[in-house]
Design a protein around this ligand. Structure first.
Ligand SMILES: [Zn+2]
Length: 457
């Protein structure tokens, strides 16, 4: 009798523990991740390199060489995916860039976009208008390339790794995602004019800001295929994700509140980076995401910055070890050493793992319920525990909320408490921890982290 009682007790404890945990991995996200193909990435990078140069000032008329041929081919690939997906539309997004140090005369810079509309909303006007201000996600790479001299529009500049790999990753995920339905609209962007000063991405970021787009996350991939570093070391086990702490828009009361609550490490882009690391590594075994708490590498920049600087959460993916012999270099051999950004120096198995990390994070974001609104830590009274509240989500398939917390000096979330209600009391002191709340659906898709403010000071 006594042993049965103990057994019942144990079963009870086990059920309580299970009820405290969010649902596990989403089968659909697992399937999407499994559909990413290294061979498909290889074919795209080789095709892009075959245009010899994709310099912003290169030829736009022939169909075999130069940036015009490249963008028409990219559009034709997007069009091919869109033909079997009624909710995907494809368009050029042109802008005329003014002369600058890297641009001797005005030039038309043309982004190529594929927009996969959510099942729930119709953004209208091909998804490009601000009507309805739909929430959207953006996956990007840049398809322009350069040789040693930034103004050289004629020399060979195959741009296999920089950024043929990022562009191939965007095309590959557009192909895979076009076969599935999502709650959130996703824009797949092949940016132009990156090497001449982030021209294409700046134009789209400005358009998004002016039209009140609610861009929930920008995943920018730039140089994501090399495993042999310039120092001769091989590293294929992780990708770096760069994120800046504050956006220049985090001023005034936003800055003061964040500083007051110790949230200097929980800005929108940093929170997105942490999310990508958590979700990505859940679905991609034996591969890691190394977060770099910095906007970019020294002396370098990328297409995430125009978005981050306008207050949109935006991060940059870059390979673990770069090799400067194969970036921004004329194709040549010098003392037996091969220079140039050639497809031979891209490792497509590695690039595919980075694509899978992107796919897991992007699919989860696009499938998840909305981020909980109005979350606060109740700070009215001196209390030993922590009380948090937020507004209820409205999704029919909502399972509940993952309340996350970590010590104030911890880089990543440490603890999870899963609840079905829209409030919780946790038995740790609010003085010593940072908190976040995610909405989770029944398949286990978790939203971005809402970072609570303080109520009742
Ligand atoms: Zn680049």
């Amino acid at each position: 009798m006594r042993s049965e009682f103990v057994l019942l007790l144990l079963v009870g404890v086990r059920l309580t523990l299970l009820a405290d945990q969010p649902p596990g991995r989403s089968p659909l996200v697992g399937q999407i991740v499994s559909e990413v193909s290294a061979e498909s990435l290889r074919a795209t990078v080789e095709k892009l390199a075959s245009f010899k140069t994709r310099h912003t000032l290169s030829d736009t008329l022939t169909n075999t060489r130069g940036i015009g041929a490249a963008r028409r081919w990219i559009k034709s690939e997007f069009d091919r995916y869109a033909r079997s997906a009624s909710n995907m539309s494809v368009q050029y997004f042109p802008t005329t860039a003014a002369p600058s140090a890297r641009l001797p005369h005005p030039v038309k810079v043309v982004n190529v976009l594929a927009i996969l509309r959510s099942g729930a909303s119709d953004p209208g006007n091909g998804g490009m208008s601000g009507a309805g201000n739909p929430v959207c996600l953006l996956l990007s790479g840049h398809y322009d390339s350069r040789a040693t001299n930034a103004l050289d529009s004629v020399s060979e500049a195959p741009g296999a790794d920089d950024d043929g790999t990022g562009t191939a990753l965007v095309l590959e995920l557009a192909r895979v995602f076009s076969k599935h339905r999502f709650r959130t609209t996703i824009i797949f962007a092949a940016f132009a004019g990156e090497e001449q000063g982030l021209l294409g991405s700046t134009a789209l970021a400005e358009f998004a800001r002016e039209n009140g787009w609610r861009v929930e996350g920008v995943l920018n991939n730039d140089i994501v295929g090399g495993i042999l570093g310039g120092g001769g070391e091989v590293e294929s086990t992780f990708v770096r994700v760069f994120s800046e702490a504050y956006s220049p828009t985090d001023t005034g009361s936003v800055f003061r509140q964040r500083n007051l609550l110790g949230l200097e490490n929980d800005g929108a882009s940093r929170t997105l980076a942490r999310y990508i690391q958590e979700i990505g590594t859940q679905y991609v075994p034996n591969f890691n995401v190394r977060l770099v708490y910095r906007r970019d590498r020294f002396l370098r920049g990328g297409d995430h910055l125009p978005f981050h600087e306008r207050g949109f959460p935006a991060v940059r993916f870059t390979e673990a070890r770069e090799n400067f012999d194969h970036q921004h270099q004329d194709v040549r051999t010098d003392s037996g050493r091969q220079y140039g950004d050639l497809p031979a120096f891209v490792n497509f198995a590695y690039c595919a793992n980075i694509a899978r990390i992107n796919a897991a994070a992007l699919a989860t974001l696009a499938l998840a319920p909305a981020m909980p609104a109005g979350s606060v830590i109740i700070t009215r009274n001196l209390e030993y525990g922590t009380r948090l509240t937020w507004r209820k989500n409205s999704e029919a398939d909502l399972a509940g909320y993952s309340v996350r917390y970590r010590e104030t000096t911890a880089a990543a979330w440490q603890y999870t408490r899963f609840v079905e209600d829209s409030s919780v009391t946790i038995g740790v002191s609010k003085d010593d921890f940072l908190f976040g709340v995610q909405a989770v659906d029944r398949d286990g898709n978790a939203s971005l982290m809402a970072i609570p403010g303080a109520s009742g000071r």
